[in-house]
Ligand binder design. Structure first.
Ligand code: HEM
Ligand SMILES: CC(C)=CCC/C(C)=C/CC/C(C)=C/COP(=O)(O)OP(=O)(O)O
Length: 485
């Protein structure tokens, strides 16, 4: 076998081992939260005899966890054996060695947990699993990088953040929509209707409607988790929280359009925005943003509660002032730090129901926070040159595609772990576990594909997969907490 074939086999084994370890973590948390561990108190079999009893969902979960542990161990051994036949860099070797040493320790901790159930041993088991997953992820990222470096040639060019200035405004191009307008003094009533439709459409575009479904799901998941404390959901509170949230997102988006109108003109992706073409006068857009902000605050104050209102206003301030004005044009950390704005709806949803902030809401917020770079960096890779033209120091512009992809993988890994932690802390069950496994695997594979096929299309696909991933996780939380409760 050639060394290239062995290296390819090693990469495949490492991908499979990393995914299997994640499956193991999710099944492990589900075993613990569903109480299926109580059905078995011996190890490695569930009784002194090896006879198979009636198949129950608890048994399936329990045996599933053990079976996947066995498969993961075999995959890890296979990866280590294959690694011994090729030259590896230090990071891959260290990550793999780390996982190989800790895996048998983890099996011992798991056996101890079966025989003597204890919260402390359970927490140690979860923590160790996360550390093993981290080691494998580091090894995987380095392996994929070396693989793509050897096949791709020169790395993509990067730009120093301090040197990024918006390109001179050379676009005096007329509004393509306005240019095709009939209009004029003889405008018919159908022409005026078309005009009105266009104006309404422009205002709707200012509110960034495409983002709303996912942010609403975040707030709904926060509300769903809150019911696990015993709190009941009032339909009026749910409706008012969603309405207040939608108005607040609309306000944020509008102010974002106002502030970025000159840079938007320079970027191909955003050059058709309403304020670039004066479809809405800037003063009107500012008034629109203020009206949306005040209406949102009133809705939240009258039908929800004061803390939720303050958090909603804080979210608008975070996105508009901290992210749009301060971070986005000035630092490559804009996305990481800006992720806090999108995380706030998780707290808003929880606070709308309980009136205070508690641990599960913070962990859900952490999931959104960690997911944000994994979500956005793929889009920023696809539009790297566009962002450079607009003068935005987005991470791929400053650090290059390869390093950005490394960060996507690491933030994705952290998101997967935070999702498992949330399931464990909130006591979520089957549906959440299966969704985390299925969509987590799809998300991870879509990013791995970026290494093999570093095109704009593949990066954009990862971006959309990131949205479906988060959407599915949030729907699983909502269904488990609200519909199956
Ligand atoms: C700093 C944080 C974030 C950045 C920089 C970012 C960036 C972007 C950008 C540039 C787009 C394309 C928008 C367009 O072309 O109109 C987008 C789309 C989107 N984002 Fe994010 N995003 C962030 C956080 C979030 C959060 C927290 C959520 C929800 C939880 C979210 C959900 C979405 C959705 C649903 C889309 C629409 C995709 C589509 O169907 O076109 N984003 N994001
Ligand atoms: C409740 C409430 C008000 C929440 C606000 C949170 C919020 C709107 C988060 C979304 C962040 C986001 C989608 C940024 C888009 O990036 P960008 O603005 O950099 O995109 P662009 O390049 O398309 O302008």
């Amino acid at each position: 076998m050639t060394s290239t074939t062995t290296r390819t086999r090693f990469t495949s084994l490492l991908i499979a081992t990393t995914i299997a370890t994640y499956v193991l973590i999710v099944l492990g948390t589900a075993v613990s939260t569903t109480g299926s561990a109580d059905t078995c108190a011996t190890w490695p079999s569930c009784s002194t005899e090896w006879a198979i009893g009636p198949i129950t969902s608890d048994g399936l979960l329990f045996w599933g966890h053990r079976a996947v542990a066995l498969v993961t161990g075999l995959l890890l051994a296979g990866a280590a054996y294959t690694a011994s036949k090729i030259d590896l860099d230090r990071a891959t070797r260290a990550g793999l060695a780390f996982a190989c040493v800790l895996f048998p320790v983890q099996v011992g901790v798991g056996a101890a947990l079966v025989v003597r159930e204890s919260a402390l041993v359970g927490a140690a088991h979860l923590l160790l699993a996360m550390v093993i997953f981290g080691g494998l992820l580091v090894a995987l990222v380095r392996t994929l990088e070396i693989h793509s470096e050897s096949t791709a040639g020169t790395p993509a060019s990067t730009v120093d953040a301090r040197s990024i200035e918006p390109a001179p405004d050379d676009s005096s191009d007329p509004d393509p929509v306005a240019a095709t307008d009939g209009g004029g003094e003889n405008a018919s009533s159908s022409g005026r209707l078309a005009e009105l439709r266009k104006t309404v459409g422009a205002y709707v575009t200012l509110t960034k409607p495409k983002l709303m479904w996912l942010l609403c799901l975040v707030a709904l998941a926060g509300m769903g988790l809150a019911t696990l404390t015993g709190a009941t959901l009032e339909p009026a509170v749910v409706a008012a929280t969603l309405l207040g949230g939608v108005l607040a997102i609309g306000a944020s988006g509008t102010f974002n359009h106002v502030h970025e109108r000159d840079r938007d003109r320079k970027m191909q992706r955003t050059s058709d925005r309403p304020l670039v073409h004066d479809r809405v006068p800037v003063a009107n857009a500012i008034c629109f943003g203020v009206v949306l902000t005040v209406t949102s605050a009133l809705v939240m104050l009258v039908w929800v509660n004061l803390l939720a209102t303050l958090l909603t206003l804080a979210a608008i301030g975070y996105y508009v002032v901290l992210y749009t004005v301060l971070l986005k044009p000035n630092t490559a950390w804009n996305t990481v730090l800006g992720g806090g704005a999108g995380a706030l709806p998780a707290l808003i949803g929880w606070v709308a129901v309980t009136g205070s902030v508690d641990l599960p809401a913070l962990v859900l917020a952490a999931v959104i926070f960690l997911w944000t770079p994994a979500h956005f960096y793929s889009l920023a890779i696809a539009y790297r040159e566009d962002y450079a033209k607009g003068g935005f120091p987005m991470f791929p512009v400053v650090a290059g595609d390869l390093v950005a992809r490394r960060h996507i993988m690491l933030y994705l890994g952290a998101t997967l772990l935070a999702v498992s932690l949330l399931g464990w802390i909130a006591g979520l069950g089957w549906l959440y576990a299966l969704t985390s496994i299925a969509l987590g695997t799809v998300f991870l594979r879509s990013v791995v594909r970026q290494y093999h096929d570093p095109t704009k299309e593949v990066a954009l696909r990862s971006f959309y997969v990131s949205n479906y991933y988060l959407g599915a996780i949030l729907i699983a939380i909502i269904v488990e907490t609200l519909l199956l409760a």
